[in-house]
Write a protein that binds this ligand. Structure first.
Ligand code: FBP
Length: 248
């Protein structure tokens, strides 16, 4: 099993996610957070245990990333939100390329329930095999999406996502929280020796966001992997401190 110690502090993960420029477009950004250097600054000052970029940012901002000493996670697949229909996200960067860019772990999104699920499973399998051969952890973003899951209960889907991560060999699964602590506890159990982190979701008020963080801790998740709620905040560093306080 790949060790998670490079990605955690005292057994807790706090990841700063910044792949939304590809996933959602620059409409998510303002004058400050459009600049990847601002994100690297938050990651350093906010004591994040890792930051998540696509390969392009990892390559173009290599110097700043190295200087920050914050471990890098490279997201190996991605898509825009411009193409509609059953979702599929294909590989854009190899494990070897990620390692050359200094990645300490790699990530991959699977849209569970999509008509294209099996293609993403296959790609994930290759990545998992290569990453584990190099002894680095693999993080699976497992997001239920597509027509087949549209009307299924969110709690059931979230726990299915957690279990799928264990079955596929992910070291960490990144989940979108349905808001039920009871379901989340079941997801943690279902994931067995695969650790869970929660995503932050669209920018919301601070209290609601911090209650997601508290629930992650209460349910026994490894931590959180958040983006918009932090770098869209008017004070990302002090909010990061509050996140840490709620995770310990
Ligand atoms: P946020 O905390 O901003 O939600 O980031 C988590 C994340 O998984 C990102 O890594 C990714 O870009 C985004 O959410 C995808 O969200 P969605 O698929 O819901 O558009």
């Amino acid at each position: 099993m790949a060790s998670l110690s490079t990605l955690t502090k005292k057994g807790t993960a706090l990841f700063l996610a910044y792949d939304q420029g590809l996933e959602h477009g620059p409409s998510e950004f303002n004058d400050a957070n459009v600049d990847p250097r601002f994100i690297i600054h938050i990651a350093k000052e906010g004591k994040y245990t890792a930051m998540i970029f696509q390969k392009g940012i990892a390559e173009k901002y290599q110097k700043e990333i190295r200087l920050s000493k914050i471990p890098l996670i490279i997201k190996l697949n991605g898509k825009t939100n411009l193409v509609k229909g059953e979702p599929i996200s294909r590989q854009l960067c190899s494990v070897n390329e990620a390692l050359k860019l200094g990645a300490k772990a790699v990530g991959y999104t699977i849209y569970l329930g999509s008509q294209h699920e099996s293609r993403m499973f296959n790609e994930f399998e290759q990545i998992e095999e290569e990453a584990h051969a190099k002894k680095i952890p693999v993080i699976a973003w497992i997001y239920p999406r597509g027509k087949a899951v549209e009307h299924k209960p969110l709690g059931e889907l979230m726990t299915y996502a957690a279990r799928t991560g264990l079955e596929l060999g992910a070291d960490i699964v990144k989940l979108q929280y349905n808001g039920s602590l009871k379901d989340l506890k079941w997801a943690v159990k279902s994931a067995g020796r695969t650790a869970l982190v929660l995503s932050g979701g669209p920018k919301t008020d601070e209290t609601s966001f911090l209650s997601v963080v508290k629930d992650a801790k209460a349910a026994g998740c490894l931590g959180v992997a958040v983006g918009r709620n932090i770098w869209k905040s008017s004070d990302p560093i002090s909010l990061s401190k509050k996140v840490w306080n709620n995770l310990q």
